[in-house]
Design a protein around this ligand. Structure first.
Ligand code: FAD
Length: 418
């Protein structure tokens, strides 16, 4: 991935992190974790807290992937509503999925509290309806979630949207005070520091090039481990071609404006907002009152020539008054998306894996890491709730999966404009 994509507001405001050395030599561990994002770090930390000897290998620097670049939106649940999950899987499985997916909110909050992670955590998430029928569907889903599972959120009438957002012309929404937003790179670095304190050995600039049995091999060393945890998201295919077929990377772009004098009037409740377009706009205020805005995605990996101009079109749709506001940072990253938008977790012998959180990873990955740690210590029950979610690879194999997925995604994006 080109470096310019990592030139983000988050990098510029990252907490101090002392770079870790690359791996070399031969060493044995109980667990080798591949990937230094939310999933891998949470897994490594949870394994170390269980008394295991753990090494974590990150190809670049901690937080290089989606975890250090995302919108920071903390959206409870998965991409499917609980109504859809209930209908598809039946109540018993739906309840188990609910317990994990919505329980993930508490896992992140308690990590932040327990490990004293400074990451600008704020409460409140608003889902804003782009069309009136989206609002009606949101209402139905929110009512179902409250009645059947006990998760309370607030239905926001179109005329009351100004309490949360002044812009966008949205047709109502759902405000969830248990959701929120944070500085994702500083959360990632906080997890990494906690992992170090718990005894995890972290190696940066140490891409694992091959997994052979119980060995993870880098250019300069071989780590032998009883269990290997694969948490490399969009790069799984480099190590396991078959696993790579389960996701496609969708490029998504973010900007941070200069600090805004009128920030609080644009987003009075300081909620993070995501709208209901298929290619959604999502935005929030940073701690220093910049607008952090994500909008527009691309199905080829090369970034637009001017990321700021690419995203600005979408900002102006929501906040026309920001047409000339300076944009200080612009960056992007790849969202790992599965066919059905549910995460893909499982086990292949001594290798346990989790990826494909499909744009809903900021909360659930911390829990997924903890489930990986439970699985390596032989407790499979909760891990299996996610591992048993149905998944299939994208059709088309290595050559055609991406173009075929692209066609499907373009069709859905087009529907928003009709
Ligand atoms: C632009 C963008 C915006 C997003 N916005 C949101 C949002 O607002 N809310 C939300 O819930 N989700 C969002 N997401 C999704 C969310 O960020 C991801 O689901 C989550 O970060 C995935 O975490 P992860 O640890 O599984 O993967 P990653 O964070 O991608 O970490 C994987 C790591 O593995 C490393 N790696 C890869 N291969 C190897 C190897 N061979 N050896 C060693 N290391 C390797 C990579 O360098 C990388 O650091 C967004 C994603 C993007 C890209």
């Amino acid at each position: 991935m080109p470096d310019q994509l990592a030139n983000s507001y988050y990098r510029a405001t990252a907490n101090v992190w002392e770079r870790r050395l690359a791996f070399s030599g031969d060493e044995s561990f109980d667990v080798a974790v591949i990937g230094g994002g939310f999933t891998g770090l949470s897994a490594a930390l949870a394994c170390a807290e269980k008394g295991l000897k753990v090494a974590l290998f990150e190809a670049h620097s901690i937080g290089f992937g989606a975890s250090g670049r995302n919108g920071g939106q903390l959206i409870p649940g998965l991409r499917w509503s609980m109504r859809e999950i209930d209908e598809e899987f039946g109540r018993e499985r739906a309840q188990a999925i609910y317990d994990l997916a919505y329980g993930a909110v508490e896992r992140v909050k308690s990590r932040i509290a327990k490990d004293g992670i400074q990451c600008d955590l704020k409460a409140g998430h608003l889902e804003a309806a782009f069309k009136p029928d989206h609002y009606r569907a949101m209402q139905r889903d929110a009512e179902y979630l409250a009645k059947e599972f006990g998760w309370e959120s607030e239905i926001v009438d179109p005329k009351d949207m100004g309490r949360h957002i002044n812009g966008g012309g949205y047709h109502g929404g759902i405000y969830d005070r248990q959701g929120g937003h944070f500085h994702p790179l500083n959360y990632t670095l906080g997890l990494a520091k906690a992992a170090l304190d718990a005894g995890v050995v972290i190696f940066e600039h140490s891409p694992v090039l091959k997994i052979a049995g119980n060995q993870a091999c880098t250019a300069n060393g071989i780590a032998t481990a009883q269990s290997i945890l694969l948490a490399a998201d969009n790069w799984m295919g480099d190590l396991d071609r078959a696993l790579g077929g389960y996701t496609v990377p969708i490029m998504n772009y973010n900007i941070a404006t200069a600090p805004l004098p009128d920030a609080d009037s644009l987003l009075p409740s300081d909620a993070a907002v995501a709208d209901s377009r298929f290619v959604l706009n999502y935005f929030r205020l940073s701690a220093d009152k910049r607008l952090i805005f994500g909008g527009g995605e691309k199905y080829v990996q090369s970034p637009p020539a001017d990321i700021a101009a690419f995203v600005r079109k979408h900002i102006v749709d929501v906040f026309p008054s920001l047409a000339e506001t300076p944009i200080d940072y612009a960056w992007g990253g790849a969202v790992g998306v599965t066919m059905n938008r549910l995460p893909h977790m499982g086990r292949k012998g001594n290798v346990f894996f989790a990826h494909g959180f499909s744009g809903h990873g900021a909360l659930v990955t911390t829990l997924a890491g903890e489930l990986l740690a439970e699985a390596v210590t032989g407790t499979m029950e909760r891990f299996d709730v996610f591992a048993n979610l149905p998944q299939q690879p994208f059709p088309g194999g290595r050559l055609f999966a991406r173009p075929l997925a692209t066609l499907g995604l373009l069709w859905y994006a087009l529907r928003d404009r009709l």
